[in-house]
Design a protein around this ligand. Structure first.
Ligand code: B16
Ligand code: MG
Length: 225
């Protein structure tokens, strides 16, 4: 296996579980517009940008709104979302993530964020992980949504590494697709049935260490061209 120079982490669903806060805010918006949507539907919003999420939700509710209303509704949702993440703290870091990232730092592997969220820096600050990241690529620095690989390619470029020397950790199907398209070693974090395209899938970071990930990737993906 090639020498790995960086690990690129998605945020929501990999480092923290903010999906529940997104769901609460989107559902409140949908309810105000006179319809509801399920937690199952919410799954389809993982890794999807704010505006595209809104467009999907409006579609599910059979609503059409004026173009200028789109930004107003997205802003309203974000205000509610921001309210609920104000008090986030390090208790919300998903199990094993902090240990895993600290180990990468010791090994001098670069730690990069590759997230669709425009609130990523704020969240990393709240949970105390911001100082551990070498580079942040988030929704403010990208123009194309996953499954486009832009967010991960920009992350690799920022540290001067080729995709084949980076590992991407992703919890969303579209994120896994993006990482594979970009030519990265790809680790799905979560359920195998949703993430089966990834080179390997881990349920979480709780019982796994970096060397085990490398071994598993070496057997599953070998050397990436
Ligand atoms: P914001 P990720 C994504 O983050 C979320 O999974 C997705 O549900 C959200 O709509 C998107 O960020 C945009 O977030 O409204 O905070 O800009 O999984 O790519 O880290
Ligand atoms: Mg995610």
């Amino acid at each position: 296996m090639n020498k790995i120079k960086a690990c690129i982490f998605d945020l929501d669903g990999v480092i923290v579980d903010t999906a529940k806060y997104h769901f609460k805010a989107w559902r409140r918006l949908a309810n105000e517009l006179g319809f509801d949507f399920s937690e199952e539907d919410n799954e389809k919003l993982k890794g999807v940008s704010r505006i595209e999420s809104l467009q999907l939700i409006l579609e599910w509710g059979g609503k059409t709104v004026e173009e200028e209303q789109i930004m107003v509704l997205a802003q309203q949702k974000n205000d509610w979302y921001l309210e609920s993440i104000q008090q986030m703290n390090s208790d919300e870091i998903l199990p094993g993530v902090h240990r895993f990232i600290k180990h990468l730092k010791k090994k001098q592997i670069k730690v990069v964020l590759g997230s669709a969220s425009k609130n990523a820096e704020f969240i990393l600050g709240r949970i105390g992980l911001l100082p551990l990241f070498d580079v942040l690529i988030d929704g403010n620095k990208t123009t194309k949504s996953k499954p486009d690989p832009e967010v991960f390619l920009k992350g690799a470029e920022a540290i001067g590494a080729l995709p084949k020397h980076c590992i991407v950790f992703e919890d969303a199907e579209k994120g896994v697709e993006a990482a594979l398209k970009g030519g990265f070693y790809t680790v799905g974090v979560g359920h195998h049935d949703v993430l089966e395209e990834a080179h390997i899938v881990i349920p979480s970071f709780e019982y796994i260490d970096y060397e085990e990930v490398l071994d598993a990737l070496g057997s599953a993906a070998g050397s990436l061209k």
